[in-house]
Design a protein around this ligand. Structure first.
Ligand code: ZN
Length: 370
């Protein structure tokens, strides 16, 4: 029996071709054979939108395949984002912040369906193939200076958490502060337009060797590690709503450069990594809690800022990035601690940074000197 959707399309499209597209997940009916272009709506098709990139069909129909069911349900409005079409589906799990069904890794050999490497992340969420993806290389010659008023500032940088939840989420070590008396740590000003953004959690990216590991490349260099402090727009009230909404997130990226001396400084988180060596393990620390200032050392720093995305699926393009321009030191032993963590396959996490993302659009990177 021909599914209804195919019938509808056969009626609607004069140029329709029905091809079978074989993947490890099974065979899909490819319902169009368009090349690398975007196709808009038409009256006869009830505003269906097709999107295809690099000759890989982005919309298919497959019975019982949850993540690709947008053709026929009109309450799931399509949207136009950054000159790119996406099908948005309110009920579709692929638009939630973390897809439970599809796992991602940093290994390009993982081409699904159990787990997807970076060039296949778009199969988890199409936004991963968008035009405002992160990370990027920040070339100092392509930046323009700007003076934001008011300047970027922190609230609560010295509040000591009453406890800290430490998680190995299979991709990184993630820490969430539990602050006393329902307080929040907030970042305000700068490019954030006077809207307070509230700290949700933070995590790190690192590499197999000490000279590589940051996600953003600065002045042609990939640094040793990058800390991501994820803040959400307070206007949305909670992280989950903000994470899928416009201007929902701000991520402060702190770059680290390996330095065996470190001027005597020890990163306060290094001694707790061993608590969560296995993927999906969690530990709550009550004794050795540190403040945001202990973590980033200063709130007076020069930074680069641009509009981009989360660097893990679902790659949501609603992130104001703030990247410190002067990396802070990290010891080789601290980097070795990171590499002791294990991913969901039980392998050591040697490399958890996303490849650089390029866009056909001009991306403005601004620098601000505090
Ligand atoms: Zn990150």
């Amino acid at each position: 029996m021909v599914p209804n959707i195919l019938r509808l399309l056969i009626v609607s499209f004069f140029t329709l071709q029905t091809l079978t597209y074989e993947t490890k997940e099974g065979s899909y009916k490819k319902v169009s054979s368009y090349s690398n272009q975007f196709y808009g709506s038409s009256a006869t098709t009830n505003n269906y939108i097709f999107h295809e990139k690099e000759n890989i069909p982005a919309l298919y129909y497959k019975k019982n395949f949850k993540n690709y069911k947008p053709f026929y349900n009109q309450k799931k409005a399509s949207s136009y984002v950054n000159n790119d079409f996406y099908f948005r589906d309110e009920d579709d799990e692929s638009n939630s912040i973390e897809s439970e069904e599809k796992k991602f890794s940093y290994d390009e050999n993982d081409d699904g369906p159990a787990i997807y490497g970076p060039s296949n992340w778009y199969k988890i969420n199409k936004q991963c193939n968008g035009n405002y993806q992160s990370p990027i290389a920040i070339d100092i010659f392509n930046t323009s200076g700007i003076k934001f008023s008011p300047r970027l500032y922190f609230e609560g940088i010295d509040i000591r958490p009453s406890s800290m939840k430490i998680e190995n989420n299979g991709h990184s070590m993630k820490i969430t502060f539990n602050l006393p008396n329902n307080q929040h740590i907030r970042i305000i000003g700068g490019p954030l337009e006077n809207i307070p953004y509230i700290l949700d959690s933070f995590h790190w990216h690192w590499g197999a060797i000490d000279k590589s590991g940051s996600e953003h490349v600065l002045r042609g260099r990939r640094y040793s590690s990058e800390l991501h402090l994820v803040f959400y727009n307070s206007q949305y009230g909670n992280f989950n709503t903000a994470s899928t909404s416009s201007k929902g997130l701000a991520v402060l990226g702190i770059l680290y450069d390996v330095d065996s001396q470190q001027n005597g400084y020890i990163n306060p988180w290094a001694t707790i990594i061993h608590r969560v060596l296995n993927a999906k393990s969690t530990y709550v620390e009550y004794q050795n809690n540190f403040t945001l200032r202990d973590l980033i050392r200063t709130d007076q720093f020069k930074y680069f800022t641009y509009k981009g995305s989360l660097t893990t699926p679902n790659c949501t393009e609603n992130v104001t990035w703030l990247i410190n321009s002067k990396p802070i030191p990290i010891a080789p032993a601290e980097l070795r601690e990171f590499r002791k963590l294990r991913n969901e396959k039980g392998e050591q996490m040697f490399h958890n940074f996303r490849p650089l993302q390029y866009s056909k659009y001009d991306r403005k990177v601004l620098i601000y000197a505090q």
